[in-house]
Design a protein around this ligand. Structure first.
Ligand code: ZN
Ligand code: ZN
Length: 261
């Protein structure tokens, strides 16, 4: 495989972001709603996390500060964003709700007067959201099983998978890059359009088969995959595998396939 060209400074920054811990009390579950989950729609829609607004503001500050350290060209805009975080818990809750449902109105809950850097807004809050959703997914994992969820979209947040792994026993798990959830999925099916037609599904092996890019001729989607039967590991860190394998994305795009995220 060609050397990945993911910028080292950004990789370092992501490593620091990974270290940011969400306190136990920061993200909690609505136990009744979780227990009532019928595995028809993602948990985020029927049992959204309860996020402490104070923890949210502290976390956003930490994320913005980390981003500013590694991406100084954004520092001024990140500071404006920090100053625009709402003081009032009701506004903070509205902002959290809008971010979770990816509602464009999110920006309207920020305090005016500091100048809103809209292009940095999406980037900066995507990291806050990712960290919160990963904490939510971790809490859920001890409470619910995803065994009967046989869909290609994420059982926690509803996003499309951006990576998958074949475990040493040959089982395939899809991975959601937004909330870090993994769930079992059939080997021979497209997670995007659901086809199981063998004439439409194939894969390209890379690195002596350690990686595969599964492609679908019907919807032109692709998923990068690590084959743990070849790499000898179990539970590879798919967040880093995704970053490390940018060259596979390039190959898939050149072959005419597209991200279906
Ligand atoms: Zn997800
Ligand atoms: Zn498809």
């Amino acid at each position: 495989m060609k050397e990945p060209f993911f910028p080292p400074r950004l990789a370092e920054c992501y490593r620091e972001l990974e270290k940011i811990a969400v306190p136990e009390t920061g993200v909690s579950l609505d136990a009744t709603a979780v227990a009532a989950w019928e595995k028809r729609s993602p948990l985020l829609a029927c049992a959204p996390p309860v996020i402490d607004p104070e923890v949210f503001v502290a976390l956003a500050g930490q994320v913005f500060e980390t981003l500013a350290r590694y991406l100084p060209e954004m520092a001024r805009d990140l500071e404006k964003l920090r100053l625009s975080l709402p003081d009032d818990n009701a506004d903070r809750n509205s902002l959290i709700g809008a971010l979770l449902s990816r509602d464009e109105k999110a920006v309207t809950f920020l305090k005016p007067g500091h100048g809103l850097p809209l292009d940095v807004f999406g980037f900066a809050f995507s990291h806050v959201l990712r960290i919160l959703l990963a904490a939510y997914s971790r809490r859920l994992r001890s409470k619910v099983g995803f065994d009967l969820w046989d869909r290609g979209d994420c059982p926690v947040c509803g996003s499309k998978p951006n990576f998958s792994r074949i475990d040493p026993g040959g089982r395939r798990y899809l991975y959601c890059g937004l909330c870090s959830t993994q769930w079992r999925f059939v080997r021979a099916a497209c997670p995007f359009c659901g086809t199981t037609d063998p004439d439409e599904l194939s894969f390209y092996p890379f690195e002596n088969g350690a990686y595969r890019v599964y492609v679908c001729a019907r919807c032109k989607g692709y998923v990068k995959t690590i084959d743990e039967r070849r790499t000898g590991e179990n539970h590879a860190d798919l967040f880093w595998e995704d970053i490390k394998t940018v060259s596979l994305d390039i190959s898939a795009l050149r072959l005419g396939f597209a991200n279906r995220l």
